[in-house]
Design a protein around this ligand. Structure first.
Ligand SMILES: Cc1cc2nc3c(=O)[nH]c(=O)nc-3n(C[C@H](O)[C@H](O)[C@H](O)COP(=O)(O)O)c2cc1C
Length: 264
């Protein structure tokens, strides 16, 4: 499965088969962690840990997650760069897991952190902010179905309400060079499906903005930018990210994050 199909097919998985993942899968996921990279800097540590629930170890109450033994734990710094990097880098691992036939669910809100990282010494300035179960998906439980329904997880905001061309009124033409990469960004996962990302296309440059919908909005936008950049690379393009001074002032409740300029 190529990365475009992985982005299109991925969904959050909250019900797992209860068997845990095997040594080979662990090795493949550890490799994906090692190979994940970010141009945004910041501080991020990704761990993969097995919790032996059969021995009575309960990592903590994590609500609707069922049948998972294996969890990624993310130690994330407190600055903006760390948040973008967490979204951008860990989504690479999430997509790799999907390509390996494994489901995941980013979790940033509904867990009590303490027990999950008992005994973990995070590097200075990092703390556990995200956990993510990983394993073979089982038919969704009623609870998971209800969660998806409540969050409207199947739905995404219309393309033309998120992305604009040259000004903040004009739609991005369908034949624009960035149309597909932005469409892949549009279908990315986000906390409570809030889709805080916004973008303005101007020639070979795309300016990324976000709306502050939750404490995870910058991280969410990092996830979206991961989808955007993976699409660029899949089609043989690449570019660089930078903060540009004097970018077009956005509508009132948008905040500027970073710009991408295609170089190839
Ligand atoms: C940063 C982040 C945090 C999330 N936190 C939770 C969570 O605490 N509990 C949960 O059930 N789902 C959580 N999700 C999953 C989202 O609800 C899900 O991605 C969104 O509804 C879209 O659905 P999909 O991933 O199936 O496409 C989170 C997703 C992201 C990206």
């Amino acid at each position: 499965m190529n990365i475009i199909d992985a982005m299109k097919e991925r969904r959050s998985v909250r019900t797992f088969d209860g068997n845990g993942i095997n040594k080979e899968q662990i090795a493949q996921l550890e490799k994906a962690i090692d190979e994940s990279a970010s141009p945004f800097g910041g501080k991020l540590t990704i761990l993969l840990r097995k919790f032996n629930l059969k021995d009575g170890y309960k990592p903590s109450t994590y609500g609707m997650i069922k049948g998972a033994e294996d969890f990624f734990l993310l130690g994330i710094g407190s600055d903006e760069a760390s948040s973008i990097t967490a979204g951008y880098r860990f989504e690479q691992v999430v997509l790799k897991a999907w390509q390996l036939g494994l489901g995941t669910c980013w979790i940033a809100a509904t867990f009590k952190g303490s027990d999950f990282d008992r005994g973990v010494e995070w590097p200075e300035g990092e703390e556990l902010k995200v956990i993510c179960p990983v394993g073979k998906a089982e038919k969704p439980s009623m609870k998971e179905k209800l969660t998806r329904l409540t969050l409207g997880s199947k739905n995404r905001k219309p393309f033309n309400s998120l992305f604009f061309y040259k000004d903040f009124k004009t739609a991005v033409p369908e034949n624009d060079q960035f149309h597909e990469a932005l469409e892949m960004l549009r279908i990315a996962p986000s906390s409570t499906n809030s889709q805080p990302w916004r973008a303005l296309v101007d020639g070979d440059t795309v300016h990324f903005y976000y709306q502050q919908k939750s404490p995870a909005s910058v991280l969410d936008t990092g996830i979206g930018i991961c989808h955007f950049h993976e699409t660029e690379k899949f089609y043989g393009h690449d570019g660089s990210f930078s903060k540009i001074t004097g970018v077009p002032s956005p509508p009132e409740n948008w905040k500027y994050l970073v710009s991408y300029t295609r170089t190839k």
